[in-house]
Design a binder for this molecule. Structure first.
Ligand SMILES: [Zn+2]
Length: 429
């Protein structure tokens, strides 16, 4: 079956826009043809022709850090609702974290997730497995069996691995299996009972703060362990100046470390938090303007490799418990691209191709995926974006079960309008 996406604007290797017809066949990109070529000359046998005049087509976005909540917390999100939300946001591949119930610490849970994702048939879901059983930090999981079942890496995301020897053992085994270790960096002894960053906001509201060191201490420790074990070490949701500095130095001396950053840590600081509204509560928390600047600089100079959403849906009831008691996390799929496009590309700070690469080719490269590029032979995972479309964020319109976002009412430009996975249209506005 041949599908043609006609007259699409695409980014070339230099980051310039050019006009192409994109031919998709059997789930794969067959070719990109100059739009000067008449459709009548290439449409023979095409069962579907979609006019993309005036629209940008990019490789489908890849989000390597998401929480789908299933199994165990289906009232927050399911693999199906999360997949729909991802597709609406232009994502075609998402990697889900293991802090479900049961925790993804056994091959059966990996198999269940893959089966549910397959049943939903919307986006590609890549499961991470837990480093330790039940994410309790006491006993390692069976890495080889989890890899065999389909896990793409190991992480105890949601919590940090507190014991250095445990982390070192995990890295040794992962290195032997040629698998990455992905770390949520947080030293529990420095954060007990805290809900926002240590800083002005915490002071003003009499709240206990999460200090920058709680993250950076783990980053520093793990970099040394990665150097000792040779593992591919990937740092989750970097949010502090100190972490950026440590990762930059580690990369400069050739340690195999990669890192991710979330849209909210690039766009918001603690100064933006309007009050004690838990839709502004996430882990890591919104930090100082200086940290935000350091994260932006880190992304620009390649210290931070990729953008991830850390999509973390919760129910309205849970988030209504207030800043101190509500769970950490905000949803991210359906605002990520327009948010970053509006804040950084529309304002002339970043090239469009820079943003697109950090959400497509770069995550594919870091995690060795076959997607993320718009070229013949690659999977036909594509996103169509209307860069001129402008609308305000309305959480009631989200396909995610979670409506917990700090961006409600923000006026944003650059909305995804269609998404294809393996050549199949999985979402259309
Ligand atoms: Zn985390």
């Amino acid at each position: 079956m041949l599908t043609i996406i006609a007259n699409a604007s695409v980014l070339d290797h230099q980051g310039n826009l050019e006009k192409k017809h994109i031919l998709l066949q059997d789930g794969v990109i067959k070719s990109l043809v100059d739009a000067q070529v008449k459709l009548s000359d290439i449409q023979d046998g095409a069962s579907d022709i979609i006019d993309a005049e005036g629209k940008l087509i990019t490789p489908g976005f890849i989000d390597m850090h998401v929480h789908l909540r299933e199994p165990g917390f289906e009232h927050k999100e399911t693999i199906e609702s999360g997949s729909r939300s991802a597709a609406k946001g232009g994502f075609t591949t998402i990697a889900c974290m293991p802090n479900t119930r049961p925790v993804t610490d056994h091959p059966d849970v990996i198999k269940l997730i893959l089966e549910k994702a397959n049943q939903a048939g919307i986006v590609k879901v890549l499961p991470y497995a837990a480093i330790t059983k039940n994410e309790l930090g006491r006993e390692l999981t069976d890495f080889a069996a989890l890899k065999e079942a389909g896990a793409i890496g190991f992480t105890d995301d949601g919590v940090g691995v507190q014991n250095a020897q445990m982390m070192k053992d995990a890295m040794k085994i992962a290195a032997g299996l040629q698998m990455p270790v992905i770390a949520h960096c947080e030293d529990d002894s420095l954060v007990v009972g805290a809900c926002v960053a240590e800083g002005e906001f915490a002071k003003k509201h009499g709240l206990k703060g999460i200090p920058n060191e709680s993250e950076a201490i783990h980053v520093g420790r793990d970099i040394l362990l990665a150097e000792a074990t040779g593992v591919h070490y990937h740092v989750c949701h970097v949010s502090t100046e100190q972490s950026v500095r440590l990762i930059r130095q580690a990369k400069s001396i050739g340690i195999h470390v990669t890192a991710e950053v979330c849209p909210h840590h690039l766009v918001l600081s603690e100064e933006d938090i309007p009050g004690l509204d838990a839709n502004w509560k996430m882990n890591p928390p919104l930090r100082s303007k200086r940290d935000v600047e350091a994260c932006i600089e880190g992304l620009l100079d390649g210290t931070l490799d990729i953008i991830v959403t850390d999509h973390a849906p919760h129910s309205a009831e849970e988030k209504a418990k207030g800043m101190e008691l509500a769970p950490f996390g905000i949803v991210g799929f359906e605002t990520a691209f327009p948010l970053l496009y509006t804040k950084f590309v529309e304002t002339g700070l970043w090239d469009l191709s820079f943003l697109v690469q950090r959400m497509t080719a770069d995550p594919a490269k870091v995690f060795g995926l076959n997607s993320g590029l718009l070229e013949a032979g690659r999977p036909a995972d594509l996103t169509m974006i209307d860069l001129d479309a402008e609308k305000s964020v309305d959480p009631e319109q989200f396909l995610s079960k979670g409506h917990n976002t700090p961006f409600a009412g923000w006026n944003l430009k650059g909305w995804p309008v269609k998404t294809w996975v393996d050549g199949k249209l999985v979402w259309s506005e």
